[in-house]
Design a protein. Sequence first.
Length: 315
Amino acid sequence: SDLVYRLGLFFEEIAKYSAAEEVLNLAKRRYQNESQTLEVAKVDFTIGRIFYTTAKYVDCESQLVQSRDLFVKEQGPNGLQVAMVLNLLGALFIRTNDLKGAETSLQMALDIRESHLGERTYEVGETLATMATLYGLVGKFQDALQCGKRSLSIMEELFGVESVNVSRTLVILGEVYMNQQEFDNARETLGRALNINEAKFGPEHPETADVLYALGSVCSVENDYDGAVNYFNKALSIKTTSFGEDHPDVSRVVNRLATVYVEQNNLTEAETFFKKALEIRERQFGPEHSRVGQTLKHMITLYEMQEKWQEALDV
């Protein structure tokens, strides 16, 4: 059972998510037959994490709730593995715009982790970083900065100033600065993250692409559309090479590029990229998914700008 589980983790690591899900479900059945409840909960969490990665948010929530309930049953409501699930649930609720649910889950995770582990651990830093994202989205910028800087301090202390964990926190801080329109701080922070990732992973790694995407977002908000296109195209090339065209990360960059082309009044290119994003998202998520709806809304706006009324109605 353990070997099967580790095989599922391997497939997840190389982004073979369908294979990972299949193998992990086999591991789950084996653990269930062996009455290993904690191992079943662990598998449920891992499958939930895959659903989170692939933006299957309804399935993700269901899987994580199953995992949480099993951990609570075995460990009580304040167990560390309960906090692990709550942390990902908080991140999920951010994605699904349940911001109150996100704050509740993340605060519970933080309280449990600080109680068990103290205030200067990786797990605490991880939760603080996610809380920084949340507070940035709801406009609580001082809370966002406080959480982000606490997380950064922890990661620097534990792993050194040039570590990948520091870089990931820097990206979150950079996005908070961007939302505050502190563009100089955003560029400086993201530039530091880019230097770390290029040194650790190389210039063609997906995590490097994540920083390039964030820098493109800063350029877009500043109306530097040429800069945005440059960063987004670099990110797109890396993501496509790493994962292939049918990956959620690829569709995300393609969709964002299309919105920049709209701002540049390059409507033909925008339509091409929206159609590409739509095709990927429909294949990945199905026609009823929220990300498909997001792209369709953009396309309606695009067609209305061009007075293509019939195309807008068809979409």
